[in-house]
Write a protein that binds this ligand. Sequence first.
Ligand code: SAM
Length: 230
Amino acid sequence: MNVLKLTNGREISYLNEVEVQIGIDENDGEEKYGSELKNVEKSDITVHKYEGGFKIWECTIDLCDFIEENPSFFAGKSVLELGCGAALPAVLTAIHGAKEVFVQDFNASVIEFFTLPNFESNEHVAKVEGAAMGWDEVPQKLNGRKFDVILSSETIYNEDDYQSLHDAVASTIQPDGVAWFAAKFFYFGVGGSVPSFMEFVNKAGILTAVEKKIIAASVPRRIVEIRKKV
Ligand SMILES: C[S@@+](CC[C@H](N)C(=O)[O-])C[C@H]1O[C@@H](n2cnc3c(N)ncnc32)[C@H](O)[C@@H]1O
């Protein structure tokens, strides 16, 4: 088992590579998801096929630290994590008493062999569901379901996905809900950035995006807060 240690010392457990592989082997993963898993072996990112769900990305820690700053907020809440990968932020909200958590990623193999087992590796009583889908499918597949809290980490690197990511949030956020996106300020060589994502969201006129927290580093990072426009 691996452990993510947060700045305040809290530890979140998650499966290591060997445990993920055992899950794949014992549950016919290669047969079910053969071509998807080939992309995992090839690279960190194959656009719109596999985009790094089996790894823990840096901003996950920022989002977890941010959750730790207000832990009582999550009790009884419904939570959605978009582009979840390991879903450690969503796991943390479950630890802090979220009543239901829905996790979404591109890859069904990630959801089955990494994301959902990570919830089982930590103590909580939340009802947990997960499903594979693209952000463009979220409005239709979640079919009117709304969440108090939406989380997302390291998902704004591709400007081509801003519309579907925006629509995924707009269609699932409660009227008084909140979304927190953790991201690097710029994704060098890829195109996405915090300013361009916030500009896109604010221009669309349905949601408002503000910078909530600055994380100073050689590549600076941000927590962006999104709410419904009133
Ligand atoms: C860089 S990884 C970040 C994973 C995780 N949130 C973290 O911070 O460790 C980006 C994640 O977003 C998912 N993703 C990327 N584009 C997507 C899309 N268009 N629709 C659905 N999921 C997508 C990928 O499958 C991947 O798990």
